[in-house]
Design a protein. Structure first.
Length: 291
């Protein structure tokens, strides 16, 4: 169980993470994207169309317990994070598109997440607690504040924004590391008792998301470079945000069980993203050879 002091520390780290993400963005990113919105629209639909539905299907196929199923659906409904921007760069993707997609999904999440949770979460209405749609929406609005502050810093000083971006990335990593250590030290029995289904869904959500995201982009006419970007943006979710929402809105009695799947997803998505990026880099090299 996460204590009050630990929750405060996590809240600060998430604030810094979102601030760092904002420091990567400018209004020019939006204007460029709006001139050629097709890729962003496809990415947005992949993010909020494919991932929530995939999470719901996996929860049903593997017959997950209600609380775990809701946490999986929450991961599926979460927007993309700054990690996808890093892997898009490494995978020879379109970084500007990646940042624009992250921005669009983060802003859109304020409206999309409560609606999608209402659609997919209603199947688990017999749980011990109601999913706090209003609290999740308000939490998302609050979390946009550091994003806007980060954008303001970027506008004033590009050098300062680069520093803030690095600090934000470290903060996101610290959230995951802290919770992993906390789980292993206090709740290692929970990890030992985690079923095959929980591990499988934590892995498959990202992997299948990559495949479906790439397919959606490729078959709608986007370039291979854009398709790689949409793939990574679709499969990589903002796990620190998911964790923060669980800590802020789920009852204390349900938090330990609810946090298990997002933490496992966070561990495996880094591995899966690295493997996907290596594959995409090879594809990019082959594209250059064939030109």
């Amino acid at each position: 169980m996460v204590t009050g002091i630990e929750k405060l520390g996590l809240a600060i780290m998430v604030f810094v993470l979102m601030f760092g993400m904002g420091a990567t963005l400018t209004w020019a990113d939006f204007s460029r994207s709006l001139k050629h919105p097709k890729a962003i629209i496809i990415g947005f639909l992949s993010q909020f169309g494919i991932m929530p539905a995939l999470a719901f299907v996996l929860a049903k196929v593997f017959a997950l317990p209600d609380t775990v199923a809701l946490s999986l659906i929450l991961v599926g409904c979460t927007p993309g994070g700054t990690t996808s921007n890093l892997f898009s760069y490494y995978a020879k993707g379109d970084v500007a598109l990646s940042i624009s997609m992250t921005t669009a999904s983060t802003i859109g999440a304020v409206f999309m997440m409560p609606m999608l949770l209402l659609v997919y979460g209603s199947a688990y209405g017999h749980t011990k607690f109601p999913l706090p749609y209003g609290n999740i929406a308000s939490s998302l609005v609050i979390m946009l504040i550091p994003v806007i502050i980060g954008m303001y810093v970027r506008k004033k000083s590009h050098r300062a924004a680069q520093t803030c971006e690095k600090i934000g990335s470290w903060a996101g990593s610290l959230v995951i590391i802290f919770l992993l250590v906390q789980f292993f030290l206090r709740d290692n029995q929970t990890l030992k008792e985690a079923s095959f289904s929980i591990f499988a869904t934590a892995i498959l959500l990202g992997v299948i998301g990559f495949v479906l995201g790439y397919g959606a982009a490729f078959f709608t006419g986007l370039t291979p470079k854009q398709s790689r970007t949409v793939s990574l943006e679709t499969g990589i979710q903002n796990t620190p945000l998911t964790i923060a929402l669980i800590l802020a809105t789920f009852p204390l009695t349900e938090q330990r069980e609810a946090l298990l799947l997002p933490i496992l997803y966070a561990v495996f998505i880094v591995i899966d993203s690295l493997l996907a990026s290596l594959l995409f880099r090879r594809m990019a090299r082959n594209e250059r050879v064939n030109e």
